[in-house]
Design a protein around this ligand. Structure first.
Ligand code: GDP
Length: 194
């Protein structure tokens, strides 16, 4: 699946800029610092690939990468605190249009830091995915930072939150880009999407 070339295709700021919907795509979303770049890099085996999404100016774009036969899409920029209202609204409009109109988008992986659990902005994107009827699956990141009971409590809480979302895929993926946990699982999940 990820054996072929992996490269940055483009950052999209408007619906008419989307690349042709000619292959399956999966999307990664999460608050900044959740570990999204690290995860995408671990997944595709290319260090620095997703860094493009974190550079200033790209944070309000939908960033497309090719990974073998599919598009891996990085959705940066939700929960940006200090941006002007007009910028936030433009971004939200684009996000909504993209999520509800993209035939080839098969699953969104919503990344949640295992230490922090789902925040208000995570709830917002999950509700948006419910309304768009796009299946999403939560990836708990940085699980290496929590032990036993604390991790269990965080997972229980997240599962309870997911139960309220009709578009949520019930199984969580536990990941640590640091230790390599969950990467093979994530690859297998993506490969298994029909
Ligand atoms: P992004 O803003 O969501 O793209 O987050 P990054 O991938 O840039 O990661 C943010 C910070 O968290 C960096 O300092 C990473 O080294 C760290 N980080 C990312 N993934 C993990 C992980 O699995 N475990 C630990 N301990 N730290 C991580």
């Amino acid at each position: 699946l990820f054996a072929g070339e992996t490269e940055f295709v483009k950052g999209v700021v408007a619906m008419d800029g989307l690349p042709p919907a000619d292959r399956m795509e999966v999307c990664f979303a999460g608050r900044s610092n959740v570990g999204k770049s690290s995860l995408i890099n671990a997944l595709t085996g290319r260090k620095g690939l997703a860094r493009a999404s974190n550079t200033p100016g790209r944070t309000q774009e939908i960033n497309f990468f090719t990974a073998g036969d599919i598009y891996v899409v990085d959705l940066p920029g939700y929960g940006f605190a200090n941006a002007p209202v007009a910028v936030v609204e433009k971004w939200q409009r684009l996000l909504k249009q993209y999520l509800s109109g993209r035939q080839t988008l098969r699953r969104v992986f919503v990344l949640i830091d295992a230490r922090h659990g789902a925040k208000a902005v995570d709830e917002e994107i999950m509700s948006l995915l419910d309304s768009a009827a796009v299946t999403f699956q939560v990836v708990m990141t940085k699980i290496d930072k929590l032990r036993g009971d604390a991790l269990q409590a965080s997972l229980d809480k997240t599962r309870a939150a997911l139960a309220k979302h009709p578009a949520a895929f019930p199984e969580l993926i536990l990941s640590s880009s640091e230790k390599g946990d969950g990467i093979a699982t994530l690859r297998a999940v993506i490969a298994g999407i029909e």
